[in-house]
Design a protein around this ligand. Structure first.
Ligand code: HGY
Ligand code: MN
Ligand code: MN
Ligand code: MN
Length: 419
């Protein structure tokens, strides 16, 4: 031991993988779907239930659990020098509408497994250790994604976040108050010494290369847009084809253009239209209005910029051809992020100390770590998921890989504590 009764970094302190896997299966009940996925949209009853579970689970390990004005939950384990800012771990417990049991959840429950290992071994860290559950990481109900870590990192003001509405018009603040998690601690006034996020890769690389650990070096650039096309409702039977202003036809051409623009800017660029609302959505009415979203990403921000310009040109031409009024608005811009070299080395060293096959990787998905990197030394740890599939109810991962990821998280946190 290192003389203070604690374990030296690299000692064989490891997590209890069985308890971790049980936590994953137990919390999958909150919003569990018949297909074995999870529908746990942020600030819903299911979200409230898993948040309550999180408090009880962390309190059982001697942690004090608080939540701030955005509902972010902080489970704190004291350090021997409690005046130091905490070393933090975290991710999110909200899911996509057809989410899986692992996206976000592995990072929160992996962090819980770390707290459990520290509690079980009586290991004392100098820094306090905190486990964070971020509100609304997915951006599935309230756009944009990573909203509350964004407020924490000073990217968004609290008021603009509280005023966000979902597609039914419910305000974020009202939903947050509704589940009883609008805290009094102002979001963002909470110093942290470092942030480590464990997450499934949500892509195919680690599995294809038989690697257990992804040493995440950064997150790609992401931009979200909203498009509203206004044509003219008209009769499907009596309106000649030459007299139509068909908003859904125009949208279809623009959706094709998003795909073509992404392919034209390959090999890493991606473009997605995921949400569409067609009005009046009646079988025998030529649609007069369509709303849809666009998600553009690439590891290089300059490529995202070029994709945006190329799409704007195409959309303007299509709108003119189809007789559309078009409102095209960029609603979110999350530039590419490079993580902290010392944190990355801690992860690489931790993976090496366990002998886990590892490789560097850039995250295709967005994460709260992308915003935490702006205010504190930050990095991520990836573990494989089956077929690289995520944002799908069939999302799955191996218990051994999840345990390995939590072990690396534990060692990286202890290494950061010893620094
Ligand atoms: O959109 C994303 O990449 C994340 O899953 N919120
Ligand atoms: Mn996630
Ligand atoms: Mn996700
Ligand atoms: Mn994410």
């Amino acid at each position: 031991t290192n003389g203070t009764g604690g374990l030296r970094v690299g000692d064989n302190v490891t997590v209890d993988g069985t308890a971790l896997w049980n936590d994953i299966l137990e919390t999958a009940r909150f919003g569990g779907t018949p297909k074995g996925g999870i529908r746990r949209l942020t600030l819903t009853e299911e979200d409230r239930l898993v948040r309550d579970w999180f408090i009880a689970a962390c309190a059982a390990l001697g942690c004090t659990v608080t939540y701030d004005s955005m509902g972010n939950q902080f489970a704190r384990r004291p350090g021997t020098d409690d005046s130091l800012p905490p070393i933090t771990m975290g991710s999110h417990l909200d899911t996509q509408p057809t989410g899986g049991k692992f996206d976000g959840i592995v990072g929160v429950l992996g962090g819980l497994a770390v707290l459990r290992a520290l509690h079980a071994t009586g290991h004392e860290t100098r820094h306090p250790i905190e486990l964070i559950n971020w509100t609304n990481e997915e951006g599935a109900r309230f756009a944009p994604a990573m909203l509350s870590s964004g407020v924490f990192a000073g990217v968004f003001t609290e008021q603009e976040a509280l005023d966000k509405t979902d597609r039914t018009g419910i305000r974020f603040e009202d939903a947050l108050v509704g589940i009883g998690y609008r805290g009094t601690e102002p979001c963002g006034q909470h110093p942290v010494a470092a942030y480590f996020e464990l997450h499934i890769e949500q892509g195919p690389i680690l599995e294809a290369e038989n690697r257990t650990i992804g040493v995440v070096t950064g997150v790609q650039g992401m931009r979200w847009y909203e498009v509203t096309l206004t044509g003219r409702d008209s009769h499907a039977g009596s309106t000649p084809m030459t007299m139509r202003a068909d908003a859904l036809l125009a949208a279809a051409r623009m959706i094709e253009a998003v795909n073509e623009v992404a392919l034209a800017h390959g090999p890493d660029a991606v473009g997605t239209v995921g949400l569409i609302e067609n009005r009046p959505n009646s079988r025998n009415v030529v649609p007069g209005e369509v709303f849809f979203t666009i998600d553009l990403r690439d590891p290089d921000d300059a490529v995202v910029e070029r994709m945006e310009a190329a799409f704007r040109d195409r959309a303007t031409a299509i709108a003119a051809e189809c007789g559309m009024q078009m409102v095209l608005e960029r609603v979110w811009d999350s530039p590419a992020v490079h993580f902290d070299p010392a944190c990355i080395d801690a992860v690489r060293g931790a993976a090496g100390s366990f002998g886990y096959p590892a490789r560097d990787i850039v995250s295709g998905a967005g994460h709260d770590a992308a915003y935490m990197a702006r205010i504190t030394p930050t990095t991520m740890i990836f573990v494989p998921c089956a077929g690289g599939l995520s944002h799908n109810e069939a999302e799955s991962a191996e218990s051994a890989d999840v345990t390995a990821g939590a072990n690396v998280l534990l060692r990286a946190v202890l290494e950061a504590d010893a620094r």
